[in-house]
Design a protein around this ligand. Structure first.
Ligand code: F6R
Length: 240
């Protein structure tokens, strides 16, 4: 696991964007695993700028997002499909039919999960998986538990996550309590994983990624068993 400590959020976002841009240049038909949340917003902004400037193209890129609230329609303004369209897809030269977000209205979430994993595999697996981290160490919506799931599945959000995400909704009661998320196995199949973390409230997670232990109660620690992980964080997340 490699750590890059940046001075601030902007520097972190640019460093993350450069890693994605380098992949797009060396492998134009790549598969990206993408995350939502506030952390990657600056990186998506930089990627939009690079695309507009003609430095990179998304025209042959396929994407799979980590997760989607359940139940939530794709056109709901807090859905992760809406987030991705708004922050990236609507502004770059990507073929939207090759962008994928779990279906937050799936009638059979287990079947949706299995089909999503198969689609990722059929696409040749993810080249770079972008991850943010929850304050409790969740990745995707794999929340701290005694045992974690391998595949994409329906999960319940912890109160801590509902509270943290309530900032995007009118009230805490409006935050969906469930989500469909890639499982740990789906995430770990990515050839490279890019973790972004910003701010003091992510220090607990960074601290626990720096030591030599892994636990399902801090899911991000399992990334230590992956052969190619880059963590880019800002000084606030690194020093606390
Ligand atoms: C988002 C996701 C979540 C977030 C995490 C951090 O697709 O899977 O794991 O990355 O909750 O969210 P922010 O960046 O808002 O702190």
């Amino acid at each position: 696991m490699k750590f890059i400590v940046c001075e601030n959020y902007e520097e972190m976002s640019k460093a993350g964007a450069k890693i994605i841009a380098d992949l797009l240049k060396s492998k134009p038909k790549c598969v990206l695993g993408l995350a939502t949340g506030s952390t990657p917003v600056g990186m998506y902004e930089e990627l939009r700028r690079m695309n507009k400037a003609g430095e990179i193209t998304f025209k042959d890129v396929t994407t799979y997002n980590l997760d989607e609230y359940y139940p939530l329609a794709p056109d709901h303004d807090q859905s992760y499909r809406y987030f991705m369209n708004h922050n990236l897809f609507d502004h770059v030269d990507i073929d939207k039919s090759r962008t994928h977000v779990p279906n937050g209205l799936a009638e059979d979430p287990a079947a949706e999960g299995a089909a999503y994993d198969k689609a990722v595999e059929d696409a040749g697996n993810v080249d770079i998986q972008v991850l943010g981290v929850g304050q409790n160490g969740h990745i995707g919506f794999n929340e701290p538990e005694d045992a974690l799931y391998v595949g994409t599945h329906l999960t319940s959000l912890t109160d801590n996550t509902i509270e943290a995400n309530s900032r995007f909704f009118a009230s805490k009661a409006d935050v969906p309590t469930k989500a469909i998320t890639m499982g740990m196995g789906t995430i770990m199949k990515a050839r490279k994983i890019l973790v972004l973390a910003s701010g003091k409230n992510k220090h607990f997670v960074i601290e626990n990624m720096l030591n030599d232990r892994i636990t399902c109660h801090i899911p991000s620690t399992l990334l230590k068993t992956h052969p190619d992980v880059i963590v880019i964080c800002d000084r606030a997340a690194f020093e606390g």
